[in-house]
Design a protein around this ligand. Structure first.
Ligand SMILES: NC(=O)c1ccc[n+]([C@@H]2O[C@H](COP(=O)([O-])OP(=O)(O)OC[C@H]3O[C@@H](n4cnc5c(N)ncnc54)[C@H](O)[C@@H]3O)[C@@H](O)[C@H]2O)c1
Length: 336
């Protein structure tokens, strides 16, 4: 299955709303359930952002699927060909919700969880049909960033992984199969290391939130949008390539420059410091404004990468080609 006709999103916060928007913009009819009455407003705001972003990318937005608000998990998933669970990151809540999903969904429906780091083996331990659970870990904003980490647990069927990956490809995404199951998968393991060092820099009074963000956004953050760690370091090694890079910088790991794995405690003082510094840094913009600024910048990066046929731009090229093929197939069907 490359693209289901119907899907369900259970949990409609920041991530669930953006999944629903990406699915609907890809022509899928989506049913959404969230017990919070505020979820509908958030869904409308996120869908607006997604439509604006897709228009700016030049992707079609008029052949949209519908988004229906269901009154229960069972109602949302009953007719869905694919389910994306996106409730808060609490293992006991995920277990209850997965139970509700699988007791109402069709037996063949693949159930994906958006979890940022819980191993699927743990989540499927209490399920009746654990073979159909897979992790599909996306990145915010889900309607713009193509990466989705696909992770199977010990009981996940290989066909479940293949089906989920094909569905994500149909949504214009880049599924990355995380072959070895570990906590936090690949991307959040890397991000946690950076986050931990940033917390130490603040705790030790070395840098403020704004200074740390400048260190990222004026330098290596720009590089990382187009080449990852290894390709960047290869280039840094010049003609000598990676071997020369390791000869030059390998010893710094033994000094070492970073704080290894110990983590600063979130004391009330540290939390107050981060919140106050972040307010000074970004308080001039409200949350919606920051989202729009982020989206405009991401659209610009993606367009450049597409023009250069590089990195995440290649996903956009494939997505555009798939939409054209789908459009001409629909046109051919109408003219016969
Ligand atoms: N925020 C991120 O950047 C991010 C990125 C990738 C993955 N994730 C993962 O996505 C999942 C959702 O995260 P989020 O940031 O959207 O959280 P969130 O708190 O913004 O949204 C969660 C939503 O789930 C709803 N909910 C609570 N109980 C429910 C239930 N029983 N049934 C249905 N809905 C219920 C809440 O009302 C809320 O609207 C988590 O597993 C998280 O780890 C988050």
């Amino acid at each position: 299955m490359s693209s289901p006709g119907t899907a369900a999103v259970v949990g409609c916060g920041v991530i669930g709303a953006a999944w629903a928007a990406r699915m609907a913009l890809s022509g899928i009819d989506v049913a959404v359930f969230d017990p919070d009455p505020g979820a509908e407003g958030l869904l409308a705001d996120v869908t607006d952002n997604a439509v604006t972003a897709w228009r700016a990318l030049g992707l079609p937005t008029d052949e949209r699927g519908t988004i229906d608000i269901a009154s229960s998990t069972a109602e949302a998933v009953r007719d869905a060909e694919f389910v994306q669970e996106s409730v808060p990151e609490r293992p006991e809540l995920k277990a209850t919700v997965l139970e509700a999903i699988e007791s109402a969904a069709r037996p063949e429906t693949v159930i994906a969880s958006s979890t940022s780091g819980i191993r699927p083996t743990l989540m499927q331990a209490t399920m009746t049909h654990p073979d159909r659970l897979v992790v599909g870990h996306p990145f915010n904003p889900v309607y713009l960033l193509p990466l989705v980490e696909v992770v199977g647990g010990e009981q996940t069927a290989p066909t479940t992984i293949e089906t989920a990956a094909a569905i994500y490809r149909g949504l214009g995404m880049r599924p990355l199969h995380v072959r070895v199951e570990i906590d936090a998968f690949i991307a959040d393991r890397l991000l946690e290391a950076v986050w931990r060092e940033a917390l130490w820099l603040i705790t030790d009074g070395v840098a403020t939130t704004a200074e740390i963000d400048d260190a990222i956004t004026y330098g290596f953050g720009l590089r990382w949008a187009q080449m990852g760690l290894f390709e960047t370091y290869r280039v840094a090694g010049g003609a000598g390539g990676f071997r020369h890079f390791i000869e030059q910088f390998g010893p710094t790991l033994e000094w070492p420059w970073s704080r290894l794995t110990d983590t600063p405690a979130f004391t009330p003082e540290l939390i107050d410091t981060i919140v106050a510094q972040s307010d000074r840094q970004s308080g001039g913009h409200d949350a919606r404004e920051l989202e729009r600024i982020r989206d405009r910048n991401l659209v610009g990066f993606l367009k450049v990468l597409e023009a250069n046929r590089w990195g995440a731009g290649t996903t956009l090229i494939e997505q555009r080609a798939a939409r054209r093929r789908a459009g001409s197939a629909a046109h051919d069907e109408q003219s016969h």
